[in-house]
Design a protein. Structure first.
Length: 217
C-alpha cells in the first residue's frame, strides 16, 4: 500500500511579517467596497470617524458614498489630523460619530476596548472594525464580541500585496457594535470569475481605486 502523503498548505504555514511601527497595511478595495455596500447603510446617520486613516483610501470611499468623514492617524498621511486614537484627547468633530476603520492588528484589542469605551460613554454611536476571521477565535475577545450587534463575513481571501502571486492567507469580517438588538450575521462572497478567467473583483477594485484617486485630487 502506498502511504498517503498529506498535502501541505503553504498559505497556512507562511510566517507572519513583523509588525512594528505604524503597521500600515492599505485596506484592499474589495473589503472597502463591502463596507460601503453592506455596512454603511446600516450605521446611524452622522459622521464616520476613521481613526487609523493611513493612505486615506477607506475614508475617500466612505466620503464618496455620501457620508461626512473625520480622519485621524498616529502617523498621518495627506490631510488626516495627527492623533493617537488610544491616548490623545478626542477631536471635537468625532462627537456623535460612528467609528469605521481597519485597525492595526498589533493593537487590535486596544482599538476594540477604546471603541467600546467611547460607545459606552456616549461619545460615539458605534463602531465597525475590520477583523480577520481567526481574530474571532481568541477566548479573551469573547466578551467584546458578544457585545457586537452585527457581523458582515466576507467569504474570500483578498490580496493585500499588489502584484503578489501566492495564495492569499486570510479572510475577514466587519464587526459592528452599537445600540439596539443583535442581528444575525451576514455572509457575502467574492464576485465570480468571468469567462476570460479574470475576476470581476479585480475590475471593481480598479474602478474603485480610480474613483478614490479622483476624489482625492
Amino acid at each position: 500500500m502506498i502511504p498517503h502523503r498529506r498535502r501541505l498548505d503553504p498559505p497556512a504555514q507562511r510566517g507572519q511579517p513583523r509588525r512594528e511601527g505604524p503597521d500600515a497595511w492599505a485596506t484592499p478595495a474589495c473589503l472597502i467596497a463591502a463596507l460601503c455596500t453592506h455596512v454603511l447603510p446600516a450605521l446611524p446617520e452622522g459622521a464616520i470617524w476613521e481613526p487609523a486613516a493611513g493612505d486615506g483610501q477607506l475614508a475617500a470611499a466612505i466620503r464618496a458614498a455620501g457620508r461626512r468623514v473625520v480622519t485621524s492617524d498616529l502617523h498621518p498621511q495627506g490631510d488626516s489630523a495627527p492623533l493617537d486614537f488610544l491616548n490623545d484627547t478626542l477631536p471635537v468633530e468625532s462627537a456623535g460619530s460612528v467609528i469605521a476603520t481597519n485597525p492595526p492588528f498589533h493593537a487590535l484589542d486596544a482599538f476594540i476596548n477604546r471603541s467600546l469605551t467611547l460607545l459606552d460613554s456616549g461619545h460615539t454611536q458605534g463602531a465597525a472594525l475590520l477583523l480577520r476571521h481567526d481574530h474571532l477565535t481568541a477566548a479573551s475577545r469573547a466578551p467584546a464580541l458578544n457585545r457586537a450587534t452585527w457581523q458582515l463575513h466576507m467569504n474570500w481571501r483578498p490580496r493585500w500585496i499588489t502584484g503578489s502571486t501566492g495564495q492569499p492567507r486570510w479572510s475577514f469580517c466587519w464587526v459592528v457594535w452599537g445600540e439596539g438588538p443583535r442581528c444575525a450575521p451576514t455572509y457575502v462572497t467574492a464576485p465570480r470569475r468571468s469567462s476570460k478567467g479574470h475576476r470581476h473583483q479585480e475590475a471593481h477594485e480598479a474602478a474603485l481605486s480610480d474613483d478614490q484617486t479622483q476624489g482625492q485630487g
